[in-house]
Structure formats: structure tokens, C-alpha cells
Design a protein around this ligand. Structure first.
Ligand code: EPZ
Length: 419
């Protein structure tokens, strides 16, 4: 089992090019299944979750090749509509193959998806939407068997009880080639949804309202292939900004989607960091010690503060001057990183959805274990600012979301090794 070993206390400085977005690449790779032709996806990060999506596409009979951050997917042939449980368990996004395979073939068999353990992650909204679009769904010893009796899904009016990112993606993927109009009320507004819709429009889909709370899709009989560039990764952006600010350093981050990062940088600015944006660049200069954030940091659906950045910012604020308060409103178990931070000397009290972080003067290195992707990245943030050696195990979680994280950190002057 590999580990990341960090010799902390070095100030990070330099310029870094941001990776493409994982959470945008995944649904777009799935969407390419609907085109029946070749799609070329540029700026795809090389990550384990992306390779899982590629394995699922190949298992369905498509051809997916990967080189130099470009995925070439040919979906002319589909030879099966069933995804094995083993592949389903590799990541959460496996569930959105359901909408695409159903949309293309009128049937599919899947099982519960894997992914980070952040509390109960049901798929009730996904299943209820597929039923509304004409699917009959049976559960049989863990297999979820979906079939549309007429052979073709149809449009529907769907109101989501919560703006779920995955459910919105699944419905879009099912609806773009369905018969008739689909309206999604209370749809997720995350930038990755807009990127998925931009890709699908380039393939000939008729979608409007993405980025707002009501998306309207008119099903088209056929889509075509295209070449598309994936948007930058706003959570990787938040990660590198957190690392540099925690070490009192300076960063120029290029290839950034500045507007998508605004909910995060507007909070980071309150810690006393100077942040300037220009075109697709962010410049950050951090003082010697961060200030605590005075207002409660509430995670909310976009454009609120992103839940994926909660552990990252918390790991920078554990050594800030003063007390910061977090409120996690999206997942019911997303404070698993706090035990590791406390082991490193942080003062954090968790009570239900609230975490109170009293800034300490410094952290010390420790042996810690990543238990989910962003919590693990938070441990990298903490390890870089701590005195001494931090050994992080469980790094397969981190590898799901960060492309060559140790190279990026070393490039900025951090001491980190993969052993
Ligand atoms: C996506 O997960 C992201 N994953 C997550 O990022 C991100 O944290 C999350 O959206 C919220 O922004 C990908 O894009 C691959 P949801 P998703 O459906 O789609 C509940 C990362 O670190 N819910 O918006 O699974 C659910 O339990 C990952 O990159 C239901 O109750 O999130 C949660 O409490 C981690 N029933 C809330 O909604 C459902 O049918 C939001 O989940 C579906 C969801």
C-alpha cells in the first residue's frame, strides 16, 4: 500500500497549471455513449475514477482510449446493457450510466454504486426519475434491472426534492434522446452540469436552463460525435489554494475557471489572503498566519460554499488566528478527516453537522489515514503546514481526484514523496 510522506513547514511558491475537472469529465464520458460516433475529450485528467469510467465504457462494447489527457471514445457499438457489480463499486458516477444506457437502448442492469463514504448516499431520486420516464425497475439480489416496455424512454416533468448533482445528470442523460420534452425542476446548478449540457449541445442535443433551477430538454432521435474541452477542476483549484495559503506562500494558478471558483475564493479572502483574478488565472498571496473566518461556513448546493472544499479549507484554518465554524449541509458524515487533524494537534469539536475549529499555533506531523478523497487532500494541506513528518496512508482515495499531486506540490517547493 502506497503512502504520501510529507516533511512539512516549507512555504509553497510558484506557478501551476490546473487539471481538468474530474466531476465534469465523468458525466461527459458517460454522455459520449449516446452519440454512436467518435467523441474526443480534451483536458481529461488522468485519474483512477476516469479509468474506471473508461473500463465501464469498454465493458459495454464501446472503445475508449486514453493518452496525454485526451480520451477518444467510440460508441458505435454497444454489446451489452449490463454493468458488473465490481465495476459499479469502483465509483459513485457509475450510477449515471443508468440514464445513458436506458436512453440509448431502453434497458439496463446495474447495482448500487461505490464512491466516497460520506454517510448514506441513496439513489431514490435517480430511480424515481427513471420510472417517470417510462422504466420498470426491479431489484433482484442487489441487481437493479431496468426496462422500458415500449423500448424508448419518454419525457417527463420531474421535481427533485433536493438539487442532487448525480440525479440531475442521470435525468439529462436519459432525456436527451427520449421521446418528447423533459422538465427538471429544482435541478442542480453546479458548473459541471453546465459543462455536461454544453458538451451535449455540441453533439446536437436540445437543452436549455442549465445553470438555473429549471432545465428543459427536448429529446432528439440522434446525436453525433464531437471534440470537446473539459472545464477546469474547481475543487482541485480550491485544494492548491488551501495548500499554499496554509503555508503562507504565493501561487499563480493558470487554466482556472474563475467564476466557478468564486464561492470558495470569496471565503478564502476573509482569512486575509490577497487574491486577484485575471482571465483564466488566480494569483494568491498569503500572510504569515491566516485569520479565522468570522461568518459560519455553510456548505450548500452551488452557488453556495462547496461541500467538496470543506475539509480543504478546514485543514488550512486549524492553524488560523481565532475560531471558525463549519456547517455541513450536504452529506451527513463528512467530518471523518477531523480525527486525523486532531491527531496532528488541531482543536476541533464536532457536534452533528457543526464543527468548531479553534486555531492552534502549529500542527505537528503524525501518521494518518485518508478515508475519503477530499478529507485525504485536507490531510495533505495539514501535513504541508505541520512541523515534521506526516505519513498519509489510504492514498488511493486521493488518487481518485488529483493528477500527480506529489509532482504538483514538489513543483511549488513542498517536500513530499510517494513511497
Ligand atoms: C456529486 O456527488 C459529486 N460527485 C460529489 O463530489 C459532490 O460532493 C456532490 O455532488 C455535491 O456537490 C461527482 O460529481 C462524481 P448529490 P453526488 O446527488 O452526485 C442526497 C468528490 O469529492 N441524495 O448532489 O453523489 C445525498 O445523499 C465528490 O469529488 C439523496 O438523498 O451528490 C446527499 O446528501 C464527493 N438521494 C445529497 O443528496 C438521491 O437519490 C447530495 O448528493 C441522490 C442524492
Amino acid at each position: 500500500m502506497q503512502k504520501l510522506v510529507i516533511n512539512g513547514g516549507k512555504t509553497l511558491r510558484g506557478e501551476l497549471k490546473l487539471q481538468g475537472s474530474k466531476n465534469s469529465s465523468l458525466p461527459i464520458m458517460v454522455a459520449s455513449l449516446l452519440c454512436g460516433e467518435e467523441c474526443v475529450l480534451k483536458n481529461c485528467p488522468e485519474l483512477t475514477d476516469i479509468y474506471s469510467a473508461s473500463r465501464i465504457l469498454n465493458s459495454l462494447g464501446c472503445r475508449c482510449r486514453f493518452s496525454e489527457n485526451t480520451a477518444v471514445i467510440n460508441s458505435q457499438n454497444i454489446s451489452t446493457t449490463e454493468i458488473s457489480e465490481k465495476l459499479m463499486l469502483e465509483m459513485r458516477s457509475s450510477i449515471i450510466f443508468m440514464g445513458a444506457v436506458l436512453g440509448r437502448t431502453g434497458e439496463c442492469t446495474v447495482s448500487m454504486p461505490g464512491g466516497c463514504e460520506l454517510g448514506s448516499r441513496p439513489i431514490d431520486m435517480h430511480l424515481s426519475a427513471m420510472r417517470k420516464m417510462g422504466a420498470e425497475i426491479k431489484e433482484d439480489y442487489g441487481r437493479i434491472i431496468c426496462r422500458v416496455p415500449s423500448g424508448r424512454v419518454h419525457g417527463a416533468r420531474i421535481s427533485l426534492p433536493f438539487p442532487s448533482v448525480g440525479a440531475t445528470e442521470n435525468i439529462i442523460l436519459c432525456a436527451v434522446t427520449a421521446d418528447g420534452e423533459t422538465v427538471i425542476n429544482n435541478s442542480a446548478r453546479e458548473p459541471e452540469i453546465c459543462d455536461l449540457c454544453s458538451f451535449l449541445r455540441k453533439c446536437g442535443a436540445d437543452i436549455s436552463g442549465d445553470g438555473e433551477s429549471r432545465i428543459v430538454i427536448n429529446g432528439r432521435k440522434k446525436l453525433h460525435g464531437c471534440e470537446y474541452r473539459i472545464m477546469p477542476d474547481r475543487i482541485a483549484c480550491a485544494s492548491y489554494l488551501s495548500m499554499v495559503s496554509a503555508t503562507g506562500g504565493e501561487l499563480i494558478l493558470t487554466d482556472v475557471g474563475v467564476s466557478e471558483t468564486e464561492p470558495f475564493i470569496s471565503v478564502l479572502e476573509q482569512t486575509g489572503c490577497s487574491i486577484y483574478t485575471y482571465d483564466d488565472r488566480i494569483y494568491l498571496r498569503s500572510g504569515s498566519r491566516l485569520r479565522a473566518v468570522r461568518d459560519r461556513i455553510r456548505t450548500m448546493p452551488h452557488p453556495g460554499f462547496p461541500t467538496d472544499a470543506q475539509a480543504l479549507l478546514m485543514s488550512a484554518l486549524v492553524t488560523a488566528d481565532g475560531t471558525s465554524v463549519f456547517e455541513e449541509n450536504i452529506f451527513d458524515c463528512r467530518y471523518r478527516h477531523t480525527d486525523a487533524l486532531v491527531k496532528m494537534g488541531a482543536d476541533i469539536q464536532v457536534l452533528g453537522k457543526v464543527a468548531v475549529v479553534k486555531g492552534v499555533a502549529k500542527l505537528h506531523g503524525a501518521n494518518v489515514e485518508a478515508t475519503d478523497l477530499r478529507g485525504g487532500a485536507g490531510m495533505v494541506v495539514a501535513g504541508l503546514s505541520a512541523e515534521g513528518i506526516t505519513e498519509i496512508s489510504g492514498i488511493s482515495h486521493i488518487d481518485r481526484g488529483y493528477e500527480k499531486i506529489e509532482e504538483a506540490v514538489r513543483h511549488l517547493g513542498g517536500e513530499i514523496q510517494r513511497v
